[in-house]
Ligand binder design. Sequence first.
Ligand code: NAD
Length: 297
Amino acid sequence: MQGSKILAGKAVAEFVNQQTIEKIEILKEKGFNPGLVVVLVGDDPASAVYVRSKGRMCEKMGILSKTYHLPAETSETELLNLIDELNNDDRYNGILVQLPLPKQINEAKVIESINHLKDVDCFHPRNVGLLSIGSPYLLPCTPAGIIEILKFYKIETSGKDVVVIGRSNIVGKPMANILIQKSEHANATVSIVHSRTKDLQRYTKNADIVIAAIGQPAFLKPDMVKEDVVIIDVGINRVEDASTEKGYRIVGDVDYNGLFEMSSAITPVPGGVGVMTISMLMHNTIHACAKQNNIDL
Ligand code: NAD
């Protein structure tokens, strides 16, 4: 055993970002300045960190950006009114409402209220539908980042058995939806397993590629997969660690150390899928700008 090939997200993100920067130049030469607006409601610290890094990345790339930070007690109507305003604001090609939202706000209603052409997260039912029939408007950011990792490291998906653990609308379902399509970097045979799956190992043991999006530290263990499996770890979990300055560290959904030797390739956490999500958001924002202005990028 030589050990696994580490699928570092940083190299892929740099590659994607470079392409995005070049495309921003093309848009600017044509007189268009792409813009992204992010709406954060409440005081969830993890969400605040994500939102800040989105703003910083926009600034770095030359994308116009604005963040609205609304109080936790914001009403659904107040949020819907703001989205309506932003739908009609030509400066912004993309609108991202950071999830989760406080309890008094219906998430589905908010997602549906976003102009589908500005839906850079691809959560709007219309865009979910387009994705499932194989004509996506854009691809949702985290699954899109995973596809870029697989492409960059030349990991074949066609004809492969892929198991996605987790059925969320943000990761699990769209990931499976992308990989089953009759298209390049897809054409896989996909199973989705979840909390109600009987004998989950029966699926993971036979998988060529396992994509774990569960939200449970080190859920996937070596005895659940076969030799030479490719492992994509989407999980971002905080676990207590008194030896660190912050008192916690970030771990994924897979037992990285246990799986390292037996897998043929594996994404680390941090430094794997996580770094891709923001890159794909930038990518989606500039493609939304191009599509809204009938420009072929
Ligand atoms: P979610 O909570 O919406 O969904 C989790 C899924 O895991 C559910 O479908 C559930 O059925 C399944 N699950 C839970 N327990 C299970 C069990 N014991 N056996 C089998 N399946 C089980 O989570 P999500 O939004 O999809 O996120 C999953 C993880 O990915 C989290 O750690 C989250 O922080 C992370 N995440 C990372 C990124 C990124 O950019 N890297 C983006 C989104 C989410």
